[in-house]
Design a protein around this ligand. Structure first.
Ligand code: MF3
Ligand code: CO
Ligand code: CO
Length: 256
């Protein structure tokens, strides 16, 4: 597959899809409380996308996935499946990852939620992982390299004694959910592909408290840390502009 360069008109549509995806994460926030099931959160997101946004939840039917959101709690790194038996409890850290298709274009984003009062070590993991994403976004502009993105993430994670998951990466995005290039969350400055105006891709670092190693559960979706320690992830969809970067999935209360 080749890398697609988006026109001004394409980016206009990506901006709409991105805003809708961000809005799902905003809408669900007040419902992320102890006692709620991840299935209930999934249903609310589905209904919001279909009935209010008149858009398509991209995860439904994607490679056999059946839900609208991925709900990944504590030691789950990514692709957690919403389930009526999985009830949130005080102190959990949760990632909700959602992708919306509007007018044929995709917006893909995820954020962490603290369920009630959380332990300081978990709050710190969540905060440092968000900083990893922000530091990576800061380096994106035409003429920079994909290795610069990975390096920014790896440096910040490792200087906080965390590890970077290597088995999953960010991706190009547009009319196709996952397209080239792959965006690695580790790397060396100046290496890899040169970033060009009109590229659209996600950055979605997964950062572990313990080792970087993963295992996939028997449901063939849920990815957990091998050592059982916690993991966090934040994701944005970006468009590379002549003067830098535009965060297409920016939430209203986010200052980036
Ligand atoms: N949204 C995820 C990503 O960031 C992919 C989820 S695929 C699913 O690329 F099938 F698990 F939903
Ligand atoms: Co995603
Ligand atoms: Co993604």
């Amino acid at each position: 597959m080749e890398i697609t360069i988006k026109s001004e008109q394409d980016i206009k549509k990506m901006r709409i899809a991105g805003r809708l995806a961000a809005e799902v994460l905003e809408m669900i926030e007040p419902f992320v409380i102890p006692g709620v099931s991840t299935e209930e959160l999934d249903r609310k997101c589905y209904e919001h996308i279909v009935n209010i946004q008149k858009a398509i939840p991209a995860n439904v039917g994607y490679r056999g996935f059946e839900k609208t959101i991925c709900s990944s709690i504590n030691q789950v790194i990514c692709h957690g499946i919403p389930d009526h038996n999985r009830i949130l409890k005080e102190g959990d850290i949760l990632n909700i990852d959602v992708t919306v298709i509007k007018d044929g274009w995709h917006g893909d984003t995820s954020k962490m939620y603290l369920v009630g009062k959380c332990k300081p070590h978990n709050e710190r993991l969540v905060k440092v992982t968000q900083e990893c994403l922000y530091k990576a976004i800061e380096v994106v502009k035409p003429g920079a390299y994909l290795g610069d993105i990975g390096h920014a993430i790896q440096k910040h994670a490792e200087s906080n004694y965390y590890s970077v998951v290597e088995d999953y990466c960010g991706h190009g995005i547009g009319k196709i959910y996952h397209e080239d290039p792959q965006i690695l969350h580790y790397g060396k400055p100046g290496r890899g592909l040169e970033i060009q105006e009109g590229m659209c891709f996600t950055i979605e670092p997964m950062i572990n408290q313990g080792s970087k190693y993963c295992k996939t559960l028997r449901d063939e979706w849920t990815v957990e840390t091998k050592d059982g320690r916690n993991s966090a992830q934040w994701e944005h969809t970006l468009a590379v502009r002549s003067n830098g970067v535009e965060v297409l999935t920016k939430r209203v209360n986010e200052s980036i």
